[in-house]
Ligand binder design. Structure first.
Ligand SMILES: *Cc1c(COP(=O)(O)O)cnc(C)c1O
Length: 385
């Protein structure tokens, strides 16, 4: 399906709402029925009828159609956060006594679910280095029901060979989930590579303006229906109509925003690589990246997030650098219009900081939509300040 068609037309029945170009925000909790038969049918299959907005809502439906098409998937569900999307997708595919294989260092709240919530229900998780397929093979047990992937992950960008992992899992009846927030479906389509559920924090690039928290999963109609009928309705963390409308608005400009982010990233990367204060840059599309070949094969492009290792033996110097930036803000999240920075040492007590550890000196940068020269000038005054 044509990308321009998906972003500008798909799902938008404009004749149904005064030919308005922008879709209405159908801000209603419930929908009325004239016929008992129709109400009965809605109870029977809530996914195919407007009954109650914890389930299906017309504004959200437009978004679902677009997001499913972007992923090359049959259907999609949208949640009130990426964390809620992770929770529902995982919970729907495990039962007590099951075993999960997850890549090492998945997103914080995926890991919390595996480490804190699921052990209470007798579900265990094995973390592996996902850069090697053999590690997946060796970790599979008779009760393994789920493989959780994140490619690339968000500080060090390790990749998994998605096609190979899917080929390993599928014949064994193991469900695969891949967090695809970094690439978006514009540059990586896990479902087309055989992954069962493609997941994104829509807070990042889909929203794109740092004003909405949301999450999306895409996959087969059967998988989406299974999740809808239980976890989606039961947890009640579906996206609200206004936030869905903001995401539809975000989608209109997604390709052009990503283009700008990619162009900026290339320039900032070149600047960082030559800077004496930068010991190392970690970025999947840089020839120095250990999985550069796989990155080129699997991902259409990489942009936005990159990590530098600051060359210093002092925590204070990293603190001074971060605090001296005038335009680049220090904040969690990424994918919006604004460039951001986050130092690893913020999560390490000062007395535990060890300058001989590369990871303690890491700073993650998100390159936003500002002019590249503007971003570089800020970094430059920060380094020399
Ligand atoms: C932000 C993020 C999430 C969680 O999404 P929220 O919308 O913040 O709940 C999941 N995965 C990755 C890779 C993220 O960056």
């Amino acid at each position: 399906m044509d990308l321009s068609y998906i972003l500008n037309e798909l799902g938008e029945e404009r004749a149904d709402y005064f030919n308005a170009v922008s879709p209405p925000i159908v801000q209603t909790s419930n929908f009325a029925f004239r016929k008992v038969e129709e109400l009965a049918a809605a109870f029977e299959d809530e996914m195919s009828t407007y009954l109650y907005s914890r389930g299906i809502n017309p504004t959200v439906d437009i978004l679902r159609k677009k997001l499913a098409a972007l992923d090359g998937a049959e259907d999609a569900l949208v949640f009130n956060s990426g964390a809620a999307a992770i929770f529902a997708a995982v919970l729907a595919n495990i039962k007590s006594g099951d075993h999960i294989i997850s890549v090492r260092k998945p997103y914080t709240w995926a890991q919390r679910m595996f480490d804190v919530v699921l052990p209470r229900f007798n579900v265990t998780t094995t973390y592996i280095d996902g850069t090697s397929l053999a590690n997946f093979e060796n970790a599979i047990r008779p009760n393994t029901s789920l493989i959780y992937l994140e490619s690339p992950n968000s500080w060090t960008y390790e990749l998994q060979d998605l096609k190979a992992v899917a080929a390993l899992a599928r014949p064994r009846g193991i469900v695969t989930i891949c967090d695809n927030s970094y690439c978006t479906p514009l540059f990586q389509r896990p479902v087309e590579l055989g992954i069962d559920i493609s997941l994104q924090s829509a807070t990042k690039y889909i929203g794109g303006h740092s004003d909405v928290v949301a999450g999306v999963i895409a996959g087969s109609a059967a998988m989406m229906k299974k999740i809808f009928d239980s976890e989606y309705l039961n947890i009640g963390s579906g996206i609200q109509p206004f936030n869905a409308w903001l995401l539809i608005r975000g989608l209109r400009t997604l390709p052009i925003r990503l283009q700008q982010v990619a162009a900026n990233t290339e320039k900032v990367l070149a600047y960082l690589k030559q800077h004496p204060k930068v010991e190392k840059v970690i970025f999947p599309m840089d020839p120095s990246f250990p999985q550069y070949e796989l990155a080129k094969k699997q991902m259409g492009n990489a942009f936005g997030l990159l990590t530098i290792v600051y060359r210093t033996d002092s925590r204070q110097e990293i603190v001074r650098f971060c605090e001296s930036l005038q335009h680049i803000m220090m904040a969690v999240s990424w994918g919006g219009h604004e460039s951001l920075i986050i130092p690893k040492c913020a999560g390490i007590r000062p007395e535990h900081f060890r300058s001989d550890r590369e990871d303690h000196r890491m700073i993650r940068l998100y390159i936003g939509l500002e002019a590249a020269d503007y971003i570089i000038a800020d970094l430059d005054q920060g380094f020399s300040g």
